[in-house]
Design a binder for this molecule. Structure first.
Ligand SMILES: [Zn+2]
Length: 258
């Protein structure tokens, strides 16, 4: 082997060992984010998450501890994304206010996917959703390869004719706020999809309210197989929230890393 090539190879090996060591020193949530979004998140400087597009996002941007549920749900802090553990597969108990994934950092989402409807629109592509079962055209972002992951979900669901009645989508991209709240929905960023409106349950429809502190009785009619297929490709399910939204799936691979 050429000596110069050997030197270059040793150099590459050393720098990747160094990068791995740096990454090991990040707080666990930051390590998960770096792993989940290798295309857009490049590192951490101790306070800020560094993005490939030159943006920076504060890890804990409000410094508050011991937040109430309402404060958590309205939090914009990256650290709070991980306040509740999201469990893969079938979940049988949902403690009061357990909402894994319902907490998002709007700051991070805006800097990754776009800060306005026009900016997000520029990142969207069209996929053909379940061509054999329902054949719909859906708009989804190409950032972080979300379109490719959703295409894989579609390919797999499409092999299950028994799910035909459940996979019809009620929409993906729409720049809007969460119903009854002042924060943006994941649909604003082209990373979310609603399916099976006919068999969906939504906490606000049942309590006829938008009070976060309400006592709810969980309801779900979405088959577990659909949930398992979405989770396999990085999408979490709104049916694992105490404040359930069973038609809703969104791309949040950081919560699925074990
Ligand atoms: Zn939704």
């Amino acid at each position: 082997m050429n000596i110069r090539l050997v030197i270059v190879l040793i150099g590459i090996a050393c720098s990747s060992v160094l990068n791995a060591q740096v990454a090991d020193s990040y707080p666990l949530p930051v390590q998960k984010l770096v792993k989940a979004y290798p295309e857009t998140i490049t590192g951490f400087d101790g306070s800020y998450i560094i993005l490939a597009n030159g943006n920076k996002v504060a890890y804990a941007n409000d410094g508050k501890e011991n937040k109430t549920h309402e404060e958590l749900v309205n939090s914009n802090s990256v650290k709070d994304i991980f306040a509740f553990e999201y469990k893969k597969g079938k979940v049988t108990t949902l403690p009061k206010n357990h909402d894994p994934g319902r907490i998002r950092s709007e700051d991070l989402l805006k800097k990754m996917y776009g800060a306005s409807a026009a900016e997000v629109q520029k990142t969207l592509t069209t996929i053909i959703w379940c061509p054999k079962l329902v054949n719909q055209k859906l708009k989804v972002t190409t950032i972080n390869g979300v379109d490719k992951q959703l295409q894989k979900v579609s390919d797999e669901l499409d092999r299950h004719p028994e799910l035909k009645d459940y996979v019809l989508s009620a929409g993906t991209f729409v720049w809007r706020k969460v119903r009854g709240a002042d924060r943006l929905s994941a649909h604003s960023f082209g990373t979310a999809i609603d399916v099976s409106i006919k068999y969906s349950n939504y906490w606000q429809w049942d309590c006829k309210c938008n009070n976060e502190n309400v006592d709810l009785k969980y309801k779900n009619r979405i088959p577990q197989l659909i949930v398992d297929i979405f989770e396999k490709y990085g999408f979490i399910w709104g049916g694992k929230w105490y404040h359930y939204d069973t038609m809703h799936f969104e791309y949040r691979p950081e919560l699925l890393i074990e």
